[in-house]
Design a protein around this ligand. Structure first.
Ligand code: SAH
Length: 352
């Protein structure tokens, strides 16, 4: 793992033990500090009342203790989904979503501030990439939401703003910390990472042999169409992607989840369904259909519900697991990146 130099919450327990013992502290102090950070979800070092004050002060001098400031919280009247707008120490803002399901609470986190992938239908990418989030900042989204809702999070999806595989080392460290038995101890099987398909990183991730679910944002069944929706398709062909998915399944035994955002008149025809079935039927996979969430900067329109259901039926002839994503929090700027974007637009107008 790549070292995290001065970011306290991004250190593993053994790294923290090393830091503290090198400073002449007893090893158990690291355990206490780690528990405060990753179990008790302390907002700052001053909360760590059973640690000597001089140790806390020394840590404050040497390390950064990340914490997020809540700028906005929206609660959906329709389904209880909550959206959070957070601000990092450097002033950048990001959003996260909390969803309540029968099987537990799920949090959708951002992995980057902005995104450079340029998918045409996505609001998160319109202003490009500012920077990747640190492991601590990815954790903080979950920690803050847990504190605010008072409820345990059982599932984490890395499907918010950003391309997680474009922030690979930080993503891996985040997963290590999130699944650590001394922290929230979330099972790898309850973590989903969604990618637009950065092929070399998909191979690298497969070799990590984690039990997380990999979701691939496919959105088209041939290269020509995919290139119109996703610039990354100019770099990697669908056949290269499928090969990488096979490899992932071989190495991990985990079924790939294919995401397919349906756009009226663009990728929702019978021919699209036929081509998609041909492509995916040979794989052990799950297909998730998402009626595109319209954003005001683009002309994309959702197919009707009946149309999406017909598309599902056509796929189901040869693919066993095909679902339609339930739309959550439609009344609260549901689509990716819209809340953050609205906030940035507002700030700009206020400055004028
Ligand atoms: N960069 C990653 C994860 C973030 S996007 C990825 O590409 O997978 C999470 C999912 O939402 C992706 O499948 C993305 O293509 C999809 N998405 C983004 N904007 C959308 C919109 N307006 N409507 C429907 N799906 C959208």
């Amino acid at each position: 793992m790549v070292k995290q130099m001065n970011d306290l919450k991004s250190l593993t327990l053994s790294e923290l033990e090393q830091v503290l013992t090198e400073q002449g502290e007893k090893k158990f102090r690291a355990g206490q500090m780690y528990e405060w950070m990753h179990r008790k979800l302390a907002a700052d070092l001053d909360e760590m009342t059973n640690l000597p004050k001089d140790l806390r002060n020394r840590m404050k001098e040497q390390y950064e203790y990340t914490s997020l400031k809540l700028l906005k919280r929206q609660i959906s009247k329709a389904d209880g989904t909550q959206k959070f707008l957070f601000q990092c120490a450097d002033g950048n803002v990001m959003e996260s979503v909390w969803m309540k399901y029968k099987h537990g609470n799920s949090v959708c986190i951002s992995s980057q501030i902005g995104c450079r992938m340029g998918c045409r239908f996505c609001a998160s990418t319109l202003d490009g990439l500012k920077r990747g989030l640190r492991p601590s900042e990815m954790l903080d989204q979950i920690y803050c939401i847990t504190r605010l809702t008072g409820e345990r999070v059982s599932n984490v999806v890395v499907m918010g703003t950003g391309e997680p595989l474009d922030n690979y080392d930080n993503l891996l460290r985040f997963i290590t910390l999130l699944t650590d038995e001394n922290g929230l101890h979330i099972s790898q099987r309850n973590i989903t990472v969604s990618t637009c398909g950065i092929v070399p990183k998909m191979y690298a991730l497969a070799d990590e042999k984690l039990q997380i679910t990999l979701a691939l944002s496919l959105h088209a069944s041939n290269d020509e169409k995919r290139k119109k929706l996703m610039p990354v398709a100019n770099q990697y062909s669908i056949s290269e992607l499928i090969e990488a998915c096979r490899y992932y399944f071989e190495k991990t035994g985990r079924r790939i989840s294919f995401e397919y955002s349906m756009v009226k008149g663009v990728n929702d025809t019978k021919e699209d369904a036929r081509e998609l079935t041909e492509l995916l039927a040979p794989l052990n996979c799950h297909v998730n259909l998402i009626p595109v969430n319209p954003i005001k900067e683009r002309e994309f329109v959702q197919p009707t519900a009946g149309y999406v259901q017909n598309f599902q039926k056509m796929l189901e002839k040869k693919i066993r697991h095909v679902t339609i994503r339930r739309e959550m929090g439609r009344d609260i700027d549901g689509a990716c990146g819209q809340l953050r974007r609205r906030h940035m637009e507002q700030e700009q107008t206020e400055r004028l």
